[in-house]
Design a protein around this ligand. Structure first.
Ligand code: ZN
Ligand code: ZN
Length: 173
């Protein structure tokens, strides 16, 4: 089974690691392997808001040879080129970074559902999928938490087909 190496950028809530591993295993046929925590890299940070691209680059630089992809999760708020904030970023066929800073809620199930959506979305990009115009599709771009809450955790039929094709090419199906 293909491995995805997971890293925390800063300490993670225990349920976050658990939920991330579950999504990656069940939806993407990957074997998640938690490799540990990396310190947040303050290069070009805006106070406590980190530049997402720097963190993902750091994760990729320590990727074990046997891992197909890498994934990073952080409690810190993140931004990326030209955007005030992002929920996550991805590099196709390499890896992703997701922040849960803006996903938190007193409603635990709502929080975990948001987390699953954002991880699934970024993993869609890792498998080469673009954004989808269907607001209910998990590959729809989230400009705000309202968009995230509106979309489902699932790929629409068209994105689902693309996912299957990409997973087949990588020998994951
Ligand atoms: Zn996206
Ligand atoms: Zn779609």
């Amino acid at each position: 089974m293909a491995v995805i190496s997971l890293y925390g950028i800063g300490a993670l809530l225990p349920e976050v690691e658990e939920e991330a591993e579950k999504v990656l295993r069940e939806k993407f046929n990957l074997e998640p392997r938690f490799e540990g925590l990396l310190p947040p890299d303050a290069t070009l940070s805006r106070g406590s808001q980190l530049l997402a691209d720097v963190q993902l680059k750091n994760i990729l630089s320590v990727k074990p040879e046997d891992a197909l992809f890498v994934g990073g999760i952080t409690p810190y708020d993140i931004y990326s080129n030209g955007l005030n904030f992002v929920f996550g970023i991805a590099l196709p066929f390499k890896g992703f970074l997701v922040s849960y800073a803006r996903l938190l809620s007193d409603d635990r199930e709502l929080f975990l559902s948001r987390l699953r959506k954002e991880i699934t979305h970024e993993m869609g990009h890792v498998f080469g999928l673009p954004h989808c115009p269907d607001p209910k599709c998990v590959m729809h771009f989230s400009n705000s938490l309202i968009d995230t809450d509106l979309k489902s955790e699932e790929f629409c039929p068209s994105c689902k087909r693309k996912m299957i094709e990409s997973m087949e090419k990588l020998g994951l199906l």
